[in-house]
Write a protein that binds this ligand. Structure first.
Ligand code: C2O
Ligand code: CU
Ligand code: CU
Length: 474
């Protein structure tokens, strides 16, 4: 028998109870290949230095059978949907040799990572678009643990909607152990025709843009309604990212709750227990789940319509995202959770400057346009900021739809109406601004000057003009 730490052996014995002669020892683990139906392909590291992760990433169109027998011409990284999972540790250098074999120009944006602006993948200010047959090498240090993701920043609603996205999992060197069996879940959707082909990214014309296009096929790790095999009572750790261009994901499992331990920028101040988990496009969640039930039972992980404004819940049924099939073995009692407090210092707002933004609809010559403070992105002047400055953003939404507001390159902390930090403290890069509400957050810029983008992460809205820039100056 493998030697176990004393406490682990103790809990193992406790859970096992007396094992009589001739009885088979219960392995107390997830079933073999438990996550096979959901496993992501991982990017391969071609560099022998343990602190450098070097890989090739080619964007191209590849047929993938999302609906069996009906191949979809997916826009993919490396021919897989989602793109390969990049798994590194905080402090590692990531070097990605990107090759564009798509019929259109593109870039890669590394959502949530605090990198130099030249690696941020926003066209013009950060880098030129990578043309068809062109290439670009990205290289930067990955500073913070957490779950992040990568996606294009050219014609993003169409390109993300066609399948261009992947996850980046950044391990925390001294992370609390035994939080559960881990799985990365990339949630998205895709607009598929009956024959498996992709629907037009302009479907529904202006109304499609206003609402934000949600695909008719809900996908988890590129698959429709797969099955996870699980042992009842064994804790799982779900690292979730919402990579959909417009859809909000509100998840629930009947008679179960979630313990959220992390968000966009790694773990949060204290775990939060809830019946549902909500992720706007761009957001991440780190949640612990203990599936429970009778041996052989199947649990349904459901998408629950979320009210993000006009028509978003009307007449819309819940849908199954994936299923959890419980092994034919008795339910175990989960190990006690270790302490999961993270100390996060609130940003000092005493000398902060204010940035007031209103998310607006402002048609231009009869053409639908959205913007910020009444100005679409193509006419907007960048907002000035200085290295080291602290800014409090006050973002007001008087629009018919909620907007997930995203800032590139920096984390922020949410504030309440009085300007006090919202607990549990957490580092965010994307925050929901509901209809007719205002959200406040504080950001402290460090020493990375340049043009940093902010925008609504309903990508149809961003492309319709709801974007702007911070000009961070020395
Ligand atoms: Cu997911 Cu401009 O970002
Ligand atoms: Cu981003
Ligand atoms: Cu929006």
């Amino acid at each position: 028998m493998k030697r176990l730490p004393l406490s682990a052996a103790f809990f193992a014995l406790l859970a096992l109870g007396p094992v009589g002669c001739g009885e088979v020892e219960d392995p107390q683990t997830q079933p073999d290949d438990w996550d096979a139906a959901l496993r992501l392909q991982e990017a391969t590291d071609t560099n022998s230095d343990p602190h450098i992760f070097e890989t090739n990433l080619t964007a191209r169109i590849d047929d993938i059978e999302i609906i069996s027998g009906k191949p979809t011409p997916v826009w993919s990284y490396e021919g897989v949907l989602p793109g390969p999972l990049i798994h590194v540790s905080a402090g590692d250098t990531l070097r990605v040799h990107f090759q564009n074999e798509l019929p259109k120009p593109t870039t890669i944006h590394w959502h949530g990572l605090r990198l130099p602006v030249g690696m941020d993948g926003t066209p013009v200010h950060s880098q030129p678009e990578v043309p068809t047959s062109g290439s670009f090498s990205y290289e930067f240090v990955v500073p913070d643990p957490g779950l992040y993701w990568y996606h294009p920043h050219v014609d993003s609603a169409a390109q993300v909607g066609f399948g261009l996205y992947g996850a980046i999992l950044v391990d925390e060197p001294d992370e609390p152990r035994d939080l559960g069996d881990e799985i990365v879940l990339v949630l998205s959707d895709m607009s598929l025709n009956d024959d498996g082909t992709l629907d037009s990214p302009d479907a529904g014309a202006d109304f499609g843009t206003l609402f934000g296009r949600e695909g008719n096929a809900i996908l988890v790790n590129g698959r429709i309604n797969p099955i996870l095999e699980a042992r009842a009572g064994l804790r799982q750790r779900w690292r979730i990212v919402n990579a959909a261009r417009s859809r909000y994901f509100q998840l629930a499992i009947a008679d179960h709750s979630f313990t959220r331990i992390g968000g966009d920028g790694g773990r949060i101040e204290q775990p939060v227990e809830s019946e549902r988990v909500v992720l706007t496009p761009g957001e991440r969640a780190d949640v612990l789940v203990v599936p429970r039930g009778k041996p052989g039972a199947t649990l349904s992980v459901r998408w629950i319509p979320y009210d993000r404004g006009y028509g978003s819940t009307f007449n819309r049924p819940e849908e199954e995202v994936f299923r959890i099939h419980l092994a034919n073995a008795p339910e175990l009692s989960p190990n006690p959770l270790p302490q999961l407090e993270r100390s996060i210092t609130p940003i000092d707002t005493s000398s902060a400057t204010n940035v007031s933004l209103e998310l607006t609809k402002n048609d231009q010559n009869g053409q639908l346009a959205m913007g910020i403070n009444g100005i679409p992105s193509w006419n907007a002047t960048p907002l000035p900021a200085m290295l080291g400055e602290t800014q409090v953003f006050v973002v007001k939404n008087t629009f018919d739809f909620a907007h997930p507001f995203h800032l590139h390159g920096f984390f922020f902390q949410q504030l309440d109406e009085s300007g006090a930090p919202v607990h549990p403290l957490e580092w965010k890069d994307t925050i929901d601004v509901p209809v007719n509400e205002t959200r406040r957050f504080v950001v402290q810029y460090d020493d990375r000057p340049g043009m940093w983008m902010f925008h609504c992460h309903i990508l149809d809205h961003a492309e319709a003009g709801m974007m702007g820039m911070i000009d961070l100056q020395k």
